[in-house]
Design a protein around this ligand. Structure first.
Ligand code: 5AD
Ligand code: SF4
Length: 444
């Protein structure tokens, strides 16, 4: 649906993960149906929405800062509607801060009731009051929501919501509620519709996709779903995130060999290489379990790219624990990784741990880890020099209008010269230059 047709204008800012990005695409669809169009300028907007994240403290601080800055805009334009949603709003104490200190906010809603947005806007317009509507948890999946997707050729598709794992550092189970899987029929019909409208790549989203199906009333698991998606005409690439090592099955490793559309990439968050810390994190696997999965994967799919998430400075992390992480990183040889400084999240078990790591030590470890990861990324990218890869062309480079960017099946970012009409198509690119975070090449 055309985001730019409506009379009134909305501006949306998204913080955090792909789940939030996709929720924003749904919000955009709802607003387009309400005769709104999107604007990139806050000054021009009749409605401003912040879709917030609570996973780490810095995302939270940014929201407060940006919200403060909106006060002036609201004073100049009293009809402006300011709405705030997403994970932060699932916390009562945060809602209380917003309603008492940020009185210019008009609508507060949560992660489980995006579909009610039209009603909330109308209620606000009718009463002039601040509307707060948040559900603590929901087993109900609202199926009749579509999304205004950012790209026509690739799409996020939710396959499940929530998380039951309660990793001791993580706020997600408290903001996204208990795990619940969508019915396969609904997922498959959504993907078939996407394929019909030109979508080539789907990324299946869930906090722990490997446990997909557990809440369904029949036996049906993640690999069954992958097999069915692999049969859909028009879809050429299947990706998914995120995986939890404790639930990664041999069946999935085998699927990489038999499903031609399943991309040779796995994002498998390890969080730490120390067994002691993994236990404290409540991750339910050991470094040995993790390394065994990696070994099996590399045997099954020799060219698979492996990426991960790592937390540095979890409470009680010693130099020895940190060295275990460094050693694991060297052994796995990650293609890339997201690294995070441990951040206290009130309400989680780790926040109550007494042995928090000193900030300076955390930062020094973070630097060291990044350096090791970057060296490995560059070395691995250099091995690809001279090879040719299929690349799905995504966009024009922000730095150079003559350069296009796209991704290989292994999710490597590639830069190459080409016409923007190629966006959304597959091209073959020969790699001529390797950098730490991307490759450069020429279309052949
Ligand atoms: N502190 C730092 N990083 C965290 N993550 C989740 N919670 C925290 C926290 N409290 C990281 C994990 C997760 C990623 C999405 O964010 O590595 O995999
Ligand atoms: Fe958080 Fe762990 Fe659930 Fe991932 S699996 S969302 S890290 S609790």
């Amino acid at each position: 649906m055309d985001r730019n047709k409506g009379q009134k204008k909305y501006f949306i800012r998204t913080y955090g993960c792909q789940m939030n990005e996709h929720d924003s695409e749904k919000i955009s669809w709802i607003l387009t149906n309400m005769d709104y169009s999107e604007t990139e300028s806050m000054e021009e907007a009749d409605l401003i929405i912040y879709n917030t994240c609570l996973v780490r403290e810095n995302a939270e601080i940014k929201v407060y800062g940006n919200l403060g800055a909106l006060k002036k805009l609201k004073r100049e334009k009293p009809d402006l509607i300011i709405a705030i949603c997403g994970c932060m709003m699932q916390r009562e104490e945060i809602r209380n801060v917003i309603t008492s200190k940020y009185k210019h906010v008009d609508i507060i809603f949560g992660t489980h009731n995006i579909h009610k947005l039209p009603q909330l806007i109308n209620n606000h317009l009718k009463t002039g009051k601040t509307i707060v509507d948040v559900l603590e948890d929901s087993r109900e999946i609202v199926e009749d929501l579509d999304a205004n997707r950012k790209y026509f050729f690739k799409a996020f598709v939710n396959i499940m919501f929530g998380c039951n794992n309660f990793c001791s550092y993580c706020i997600v189970p408290y903001t996204r509620g208990r795990e619940v899987s969508r019915e396969p029929e609904n997922i498959l019909s959504e993907i078939k519709e996407l394929a019909k409208s030109g979508c080539k790549e789907v990324t299946l989203l869930g906090q722990n996709v490997n446990s997909y199906g557990k809440t369904l009333s029949r036996e049906y698991d993640f690999v069954d779903l992958l097999r069915a998606i692999n049969e859909i005409d028009g879809i050429e690439r299947i990706r998914f995130m995120t995986s939890h090592p404790k639930d990664l099955s041999d069946k999935l490793i085998e699927a990489y060999k038999s499903l031609d559309k399943l991309c040779e990439h796995l994002h498998l968050p390890v969080q730490s290489g120390s067994n002691r810390i993994l236990k404290e994190m409540n991750r339910k696997y050991t470094r040995e379990d993790y390394l065994l999965i990696i070994k099996k994967l590399k045997e099954a799919v020799p060219n698979i790219a492996i990426t991960t998430d790592i937390i540095v400075g979890f409470p009680g992390e010693t130099e020895e624990d940190f060295n275990d992480t460094l050693e694991l990183v060297k052994e796995v040889e990650y293609d890339s990784a997201f690294t995070f400084l441990y951040s206290i999240r009130e309400g989680t078990r780790a926040a109550r741990m007494k042995n928090q790591v000193d900030d300076k030590i955390k930062h020094a470890r973070f630097q060291k880890l990044s350096q090791v990861l970057n060296e490995i990324s560059l070395r691995k990218n250099e091995k690809l020099l001279g090879e040719t890869f299929e690349v799905l062309v995504e966009e024009v480079s922000k730095n150079n209008p003559e350069v296009l960017t796209g991704r290989t099946r292994s999710n490597k970012l590639v830069h190459f010269k080409g016409d923007k009409n190629l966006i959304g198509t597959m091209v073959n690119v020969k790699i001529e230059e390797a950098k730490t975070f991307f490759l450069e090449g020429t279309i052949v």
